[in-house]
Design a protein around this ligand. Structure first.
Ligand code: B1M
Length: 210
């Protein structure tokens, strides 16, 4: 197979052997970010489709996710850093309660960190209390919540309502992302739960722009 397809197949098949060598070869052709965005994410998309249609079982999805993570870790040192952009602000980043998906959140972490933001990534399955505690402790400027399950969109809604009740709206604008969300849902349904700013980021780059 040509290199591009082979790398996609590695993600879909969860095949790690030879991954790094292929990534190094691909780096001769395109940037680390383009490899992630164009090549690897296309593989993850296929995984999602196969899983969604019942053609792939969960343990294999997990393997694919592990290969994806290994690939991103291998590419990270090759990513451009905006060194003169240090100290733009602090964001607390979490995958919401009940949700284990973290590949997208961790990409957001990498992109923001590489561009001068201080990212406090508190991990997966984080209840709103833990998110707010971290925001307080690290004097965050922004709170970022990620979630991929439809259930997580409900959790985000509850979180925003809770944050509103606690009166933190003036303090923390919120950025939301993850495959189960849509811009319309965030801007119409979720934003009205919270008196502060609530923004949707379709991907890590929109997150950076925001
Ligand atoms: Co899960 N899973 N999964 N899964 N999984 C989905 C989300 C699903 C759509 C698959 C499907 O059915 N086609 C489906 C959800 C259906 C729904 O809710 N309606 C699903 C399901 C059902 C499940 C389980 C319930 C399965 C089960 O147990 N029976 C289970 C849930 C467990 C739980 O959370 N409690 C489960 C488990 C898993 C694995 C553990 C095997 C694995 C996750 C491993 C990991 O993350 N460490 C996994 C995977 C890999 C997927 C798919 C295939 C791929 C997700 C992914 O990593 N995409 C996924 C299919 C899909 O999404 N279509 C699926 C690549 C990643 C880069 O994209 O995270 O969307 P994404 O991030 C994007 C943007 O969304 C955005 O930026 C990124 C790109 O730049 N973004 C942000 C994300 N967060 C952001 C935050 C921001 C800004 C932007 O600011 C704060």
């Amino acid at each position: 197979l040509p290199l591009e397809e082979r790398l996609q197949r590695r993600i879909v098949d969860g095949e790690r052997n030879g991954l790094e060598a292929d990534l190094d070869a691909m780096l001769q052709e395109k940037s680390a970010l383009d490899i992630i965005n164009e090549t690897l994410l296309a593989g993850m998309k296929t995984v999602g489709e196969l899983f969604g249609s019942g053609q792939m079982q969960l343990p294999f999805v997990l393997q694919s996710a592990e290969v994806m993570k290994t690939a991103v870790a291998h590419l990270e040192p090759h990513m451009e850093r905006n060194e003169d952009d240090e100290g733009k602000g602090t964001i607390v980043l979490a995958t919401v309660k009940g949700d284990v998906h973290d590949i997208g959140k961790n990409l957001v972490d990498i992109i923001l960190s590489n561009n001068g933001y201080n990212v406090v990534n508190i991990g997966i399955k984080q209840p709103v209390n833990a998110i707010l505690d971290a925001a307080e402790e690290h004097r965050a400027d922004v709170i970022g919540m990620s979630g991929l399950l439809v259930k997580s969109t409900v959790v985000m809604k509850e979180n925003l309502a809770e944050m509103n009740t606690r009166g933190v709206a003036a303090r923390w604008p919120v950025m939301l992302g993850g495959a189960a969300l849509t811009r319309a849902y965030v801007e119409n349904d979720l934003a009205e739960m919270y008196a502060g700013d609530v923004r949707y980021a379709r991907d890590a780059f929109e997150g950076l722009r925001l």
